[in-house]
Ligand binder design. Structure first.
Ligand code: SF4
Length: 305
């Protein structure tokens, strides 16, 4: 499948059937913590590169297979609001299922009335809020030149005022970058201006695009949770992966294509399939030219090049 995948476990959404309507790594940000690696292409122009009918044909095939899922998430391996037909995509999904439709977005394009109008149709919208001023936006998200903090902030404010569904914000905290007291108080001030249902606080548990980016410690996470009234996305929580693909190696590749996996996740995934020994497949991954092996926090993680 090219556009649809899963269901995969999501810490926030449960069993999530994913739809990625844009090419891999296409984004209007180049976040220093991005687990996909370097953004390419960097663009802020909305386009319909993949025909809506092709995406829906894949979704129909998955649904006909009786996939068990809690939510359909439009997630993109990049920024899904860059998909010009987003509104039609959401409306078409809603014709096919009564399960909630979620959109995971960096929120940069919320200043665009068409994007806000599309997202109004979703049941859950999860925008990111990593920046509290122009300098932090440039330092953390490294946006397309046409995007300013003022635009992003105005868009988010307008959206949260208008939106009737569940708005779950996500904040990524990184050691020495935005986890100091002054930054936390700026986030607090910014959050006071917004209307939302939940705030998730995250820290990069997977290899980031920029190697100096580090996770925050538990103490800082607890402080941030208390000060900002957020929910911590559990550090190192093990995701329970599953796949209908029979061949173990192909199953792992199909997961890694969407989401990097570390050596422990590969091991526990194989155990759920009755395989006792992960090392032959891990060795194969390490010499696969399509796969990048990254040593981060003493743990080997595998992602697509
Ligand atoms: S917005 Fe998401 S996909 Fe885009 S660079 Fe940031 S983390 Fe990566």
């Amino acid at each position: 499948m090219k556009y649809c995948y899963g269901p995969i476990p999501s810490r926030r959404l449960g069993r999530s059937l994913g739809i990625s309507p844009i090419p891999r790594k296409m984004c209007n940000y180049a976040c220093i913590y991005c687990m996909l690696g370097k953004t390419n292409p960097m663009t802020n122009t909305r386009k319909t590169i993949f025909p809506l009918k092709d995406i829906l044909a894949e979704l129909d095939a998955l649904l006909a297979n009786n996939a068990q899922y809690d939510v359909i998430s439009i997630v993109g391996e990049g920024e899904p609001t860059l998909y010009q037909d987003l509104k039609s995509l959401i409306l078409e999904i809603k014709k096919r299922t009564s399960k909630p439709v979620a959109v995971i977005t960096n929120g940069a394009l919320l200043y665009d009335p068409d994007v806000r109008s599309a997202l109004m149709e979703a049941d859950i919208v999860l925008p990111t809020i990593d920046a509290y001023d122009e300098a932090s936006l440039r330092r953390i998200n490294r946006p397309h030149p046409s995007i300013s903090f003022e635009l992003v902030q105005q868009g988010l404010k307008l959206f949260t005022e208008e939106y009737q569904g569940e708005c779950w914000l996500e904040l990524m905290l990184m050691k020495g970058i935005n986890d100091d007291d002054a930054s936390l108080f700026k986030y607090k001030e910014m959050l006071a201006e917004l209307s939302y249902s939940r705030l998730y606080i995250n820290t990069p548990i997977r290899p980031p695009a920029v190697s100096k980016v580090q996770m925050i410690d538990h103490e800082t996470m607890e402080k941030a949770v208390l000060l900002l009234g957020g929910i911590s996305i559990e550090l190192f929580s093990q995701e329970k992966y599953q796949s209908d693909i029979v061949d173990d190696y192909e199953a792992i590749i199909s997961i890694i294509r969407r989401h990097p996996m570390n050596e422990f996740e590969i091991d526990s995934f194989l155990k759920t399939r009755g395989e006792k020994e992960a090392s032959p497949l891990i060795k194969r991954l390490e010499i696969d030219p399509l796969i990048q092996t990254i040593l981060y926090k003493g743990i080997h993680t595998y992602r697509m090049r």
